[in-house]
Design a protein around this ligand. Sequence first.
Ligand code: T3D
Length: 265
Amino acid sequence: MNDDPILLTEVQAGVQTLTLNRPDRLNALNDALAEALTQALKQAARDDSIRAVLLTGAGRGFCAGQDLVDVLAGQQAGEPLSLRDHLNSSYHPLIRAMRQLEKPIVGAINGAAAGAGLGLALACDLRLAAAGAKFRTAFVGIGLAPDSGVSYFLPRLVGPARAAMMAFTNEVVTAETAEQWGLINRVCPPDTLQNEARALAEQLAAGPTRAIGITKRELNRALVSDLDSALDYEARLQDVAARTPDFAEGVAAFLEKRTPNFSGQ
Ligand code: T3D
């Protein structure tokens, strides 16, 4: 565990755990936290010993989105405000780093996920949430429209009608409803969330990392693809997967009736 007060990072059993650590503000994002998270994800991409990422929050919140105390301070100081520039420089590199990382990201959604914090949750590959966690778009509540990928991911996960209701009314969606809607994979008791999420991340970290990374690329592309293009892309990437040592190991283990020992290569 490092001693960065904003983002706690730890690598164990092939899993890089990233804990947003501003609990007094429900882990609201400031520029330093967004930058630290982006850099940690880039580190995960470079480091072969990291084979899965677990993203969670300290305290009772997951992430309340942009830190509004900072926004107010900026407004009062008369700072020129281009949210477009801010999104381009701060949030977009973060969301892109999550989706471009060719390793699985498990979100352990321990509490409220709102605004850009909802965007972070939605940009994870898999989401487990504690009973009691809540999801809200938040943007309309302060007179903004969705950003940080929320308008992209939300309708794809829950459908356009539910996405519009969440975005227009700022309704709070419980973890149980989020599970029914397909917004998350599973609700967990709060006291077992971290262990369940860690077990899932460790299971993924023991898998054929390159094949899982390729799978993530295929699923990303499929969201904006037609069938013929998807078939072409699958075939192209399957050639890559088939050249990995883990493919040879997977086939050998199957025929020898043993558990494969994937190296991640
Ligand atoms: O800058 C740009 O580029 C634009 C980008 C925008 C991206 C965005 O994320 S915009 C959306 C910003 N986020 C919000 O509007 C969320 C506001 N918060 C909430 O809706 C609720 O707090 C939650 C649903 C997240 C949690 O509700 P609840 O009832 O569990 O907690 P609470 O009592 O509302 O909040 C607890 C404390 O956290 C409270 O402080 P206090 O009274 O204990 O001193 C509250 O003010 C603080 N807090 C919550 N959200 C934020 C925050 N402080 C700073 N920034 C926040 N976003």
